[in-house]
Design a protein around this ligand. Sequence first.
Ligand code: GDP
Length: 201
Amino acid sequence: MKATFVKSATELRHCPQDRVKEVVFLGRSNAGKSSLINSLVQRKALAKVSGTPGKTRLLNFFLINDSYRFVDLPGYGYAARSGAEQEKWGRFIEEFLHERKNIAGLILVMDIRRKWSDDEAMLYELSLKLGLPGYLALTKSDKLSKTQQEKAVASLKKSCKYWAIGVMSSLKKTGIHDFHQSIYKDWKLSEKMDLSVDAQS
Ligand code: GDP
């Protein structure tokens, strides 16, 4: 899969102004969002893997296969950040999701070992309200047994009824084929998607 860095932005008005479709990645700080983006595009360091979690406050745009973009949004829930800052993050994301016309769908990245929280609920509800499709990407599945994974999915499915859920591991490079299949099929992204990367299949 061809992936190139386009630009970083700190504000909505600095985002690319065109009609290219965008797949937006959101997740709690340290969920494994950067690792997942790197796995999806088969690159070691397209998106930074956080040494200092929660530090990046940028939106990063990557052009995929010359046809659509991945947008990496800043992580939420970083404990060392103040309540006021977390609130500011919430408002910013809400504005971004409201205003940005390019969005094809949301990828909510979650550590498979965590419980659904108010932050995930807020994003999920907002996406339903805005009519944006979503995909719950459960990362770090290599940390759980198959049975534990199934239990986690069953439990999260109750909170996240309308989205497809993918069990993934950036370490083992699993779940990537299903991810691509799902967003390609459901979100009508591009004919050129490369589905050949999964170690599972
Ligand atoms: P981000 O803050 O959401 O971008 O998370 P990162 O991608 O920086 O990952 C946070 C930490 O989790 C890093 O130490 C990663 O090496 C680790 N990590 C990410 N994905 C996986 C995974 O699939 N399996 C395992 N075992 N560790 C992972």
